[in-house]
Design a protein around this ligand. Structure first.
Ligand code: TXA
Ligand code: MG
Length: 349
């Protein structure tokens, strides 16, 4: 399939391209588009055959439900039962990186919700996404626009790399600002549950919802957030989480002796820890005191490791506070559980 790649300027949106992309959506096709978190791959949320194409293009397991993107609270009310609490959350955080899981209304395609009675809704804070949803006139179901299992795309080039030939149209814009996917909160029942941490923090939500629970094992496996059980974000190399500068020096020495191609994903402040490492094996994530900057860089960093063919990725661990909780959640999914000096059974040492 030929993939059209259209670059848009968020300050001056080309209405003709938006209209063409919206026509594709209305005709049951899929279109990739930018949001403030990561790029999404969208289809008409009311058209089950269209939604099926998303799963096929991404290679996504069909029991992992999608977020429905809307351009207003009224549009959310057409697909979900919006409680007074949900409305307060929408008024406080929309447009923005918060997806709210609510009881679904009839009309939402069965594949969007993977057969569940709930639907996740979000109004993205990006003029291109909002223009596309408005022009299409339908809610748009969209997962992140990566191949399933790969890090979510934060640049138009990532999307093109993963989906070229698999989708008819990609709307490109600037690199995404937030860099980690939206916070997902289950608000269909009380108390609310934080299904996925993101830029809107647990503390911010608790000002509206009261105490928020973290998901238990059962909620991860079935049926609340099937997506949480899958490995995500993993580069080809093995990722190890590193606690502090001393551990970085130790781990680097260990893997270097095994003759492995090593990449470092570290904050600027750790730059001097390893002397004489080739520059292209170091990806600087930003200032360790600015976790929003780290979040914006994390997926690009993980993809960079693949670009240089890293076999071992030594990734700095950060404080699990504020958006740091989202950063550590994504790094945790990318990382080996065994620790940096264990390796896999099938044999790195
Ligand atoms: O920032 C984002 O949320 C991006 C952009 C494109 O908006 N989208 C995104 O979608 O990250 P995706 O499909 O990669 O992640 C959706 C997550 C999954 O973990 C899924 O399990 C969960 O939301 N989810 C969707 N519908 C749900 C539902 N009804 N109940 C529980 N979890 C749900
Ligand atoms: Mg995803």
């Amino acid at each position: 399939m030929e993939t059209k790649f259209w670059r848009l300027d968020r300050e001056q949106i080309d209405a003709e391209k938006i209209n063409k992309a919206a026509e594709l959506i209305c005709r049951g096709e899929i279109v990739a588009f930018p949001t403030e978190t990561v790029y999404g791959l969208g289809a008409n949320a009311l058209d089950d055959e269209a939604v099926k194409k998303i799963f096929a293009a991404k290679g996504r397991p069909s029991d992992n439900p999608l977020i429905v993107h809307v351009a207003s609270i009224e549009q959310a009310e057409a697909v979900a039962e919006v409680s007074s609490l949900a409305r307060k959350l929408m008024e406080a955080f929309w447009p923005g990186p918060l997806s709210i899981v609510l009881p679904k209304k009839d009309g939402v395609a069965a594949r969007v919700t993977a057969g569940q009675p709930t639907v996740a809704v979000r109004m993205p804070n990006h003029p291109v996404a909002l223009a596309l949803i408005r022009a299409a006139g339908v809610p748009i179901a969209a997962p992140s626009a990566n191949l399933s299992g790969k890090p979510s795309p934060t640049t138009a080039e990532h999307v093109y790399h993963d989906l070229k030939g698999r989708v008819p149209c990609i709307l490109g814009a600037e690199d995404t600002k937030v860099g980690v996917e939206s916070t997902v909160v289950q608000a269909a029942q009380q108390p609310c549950v934080l299904l996925r941490p993101g830029a809107i923090t647990k503390e911010q939500l608790e000002a509206y919802c009261g105490e928020i629970l973290l998901p238990n094992k059962k909620q991860i496996d079935i049926p609340q957030a099937p997506g949480m059980k899958y490995t995500h974000y993993a580069p080809e190399g093995m990722v190890y989480l590193i606690d502090g500068r001393d551990q970085l020096a130790e781990a680097y020495g260990y893997w270097q002796k095994q003759d492995k191609k090593i990449a470092l994903l570290i904050p600027n402040q750790w730059q001097d820890v390893i002397a004489n490492i080739p520059e292209n094996q170091v990806y600087l994530l930003g200032d360790e005191r600015n976790l929003a900057e780290i979040a914006a860089a994390i997926f690009k960093g993980l993809r960079y490791c693949d670009e240089i063919g890293a076999e071992i990725v030594l990734a700095a661990a950060f404080a699990k506070e504020g958006i740091g909780m989202a950063v550590m959640n994504r790094l945790g999914k990318a990382a080996q559980k065994e620790g940096w000096n264990h390796g896999r059974k099938n044999g790195y040492h």
